[in-house]
Design a binder for this molecule. Structure first.
Ligand SMILES: [Zn+2]
Length: 272
């Protein structure tokens, strides 16, 4: 069974459309108040609802320390035609189609994804019953989400114990150890968003593998959605759209800020 929270964006579009004036004012303010940072955008047919200049300001929402840690800085952004999630999609594996007739619904369309080289592809948003202004705001969130993945995912997959994160406190840890600690705390609290909630177990714990380790994707999706909430100041969670995304989440906002401000360091090999 496909978890509709993963594939059908209707509640997100609806919540943003209902609060459109406020969300729009916030996003426009954020775009104007942050310096543009270089991005590589290939959008020859102008399918995106944000200009390359606006996308460069979205990248500018990330602290410099976080941008420096990204797999690609500047980020590389391509654009493609609409894609929908088809019948047969499961929580593990989406079924993708470029034909609306095969889609789960008109709002079950892909927004964006990263490939194995952390190149971001944004899909044109098809006719889905929502306004251009709402689609544009959703697309801004999708871009922040994918940009965040270009930072979190390489760090999750980093196995070299010499490559570490140094926090402003001076603490130096392997990123994956920090991710595990984040997950332990996060699973005592509600998921930050409707989307990240889809990756939790029914009892809100994170899924683990046969050896008792957290599966990476659910933890990273929660982190990425927290970064989204931190940088944009709103999120759509199971209760709808909130401008206080971290209410009820303990130290989570500060933890995410510290994570974004950390530096990548290479520990020297210690010889005895
Ligand atoms: Zn994601």
């Amino acid at each position: 069974m496909a978890d509709e929270r993963l594939y059908d964006h209707a509640p997100r579009f609806l919540a943003i459309e209902q609060a459109q004036d406020e969300v729009s004012a916030r996003v426009e303010y954020l775009l104007q108040s942050h310096e543009p940072q270089p991005v590589i955008v290939d959008d020859p047919y102008r399918r995106l609802l944000l200009s390359p200049e606006e996308i460069s300001r979205l990248w500018g929402l990330f602290p410099a320390s976080a941008r420096l840690r990204a797999a690609n800085n500047p980020p590389i952004i391509n654009v493609d035609t609409p894609r929908w999630f088809a019948h047969g999609s499961s929580s593990e594996e989406p079924a993708i189609t470029d034909r609306l007739e095969e889609a789960l619904s008109a709002t079950a369309h892909g927004l964006a994804h990263n490939d194995e080289n952390y190149v971001i592809t944004v899909h044109e948003i098809p006719e889905n019953g929502f306004s251009q202004a709402t689609k544009r705001l959703v697309q801004a969130g999708a871009l922040i989400h994918e940009m965040a993945h270009t930072i979190t995912d390489p760090e999750l997959n980093e196995t070299d114990p010499l490559k570490r994160l140094e926090f402003n406190s001076g603490r130096v840890v392997m990123a994956r150890d920090w991710f595990s600690a984040f997950a332990e705390l996060a699973e005592t609290q509600p998921p930050i968003s409707r989307y990240s909630a889809a990756y939790r177990n029914p009892d809100l714990t994170f899924p683990i593998d046969a050896n008792g380790y957290y599966l990476g994707t659910p933890v990273v999706e929660e982190m990425v959605e927290c970064i989204n909430a931190e940088l944009l100041g709103y999120i759509v969670n199971m209760g709808g759209l909130t401008f206080e995304p971290f209410a009820g989440h303990g130290t989570r906002q500060v933890d995410i800020q510290r994570y974004l401000q950390a530096r990548a360091v290479q520990e020297a090999i210690k010889t005895i």
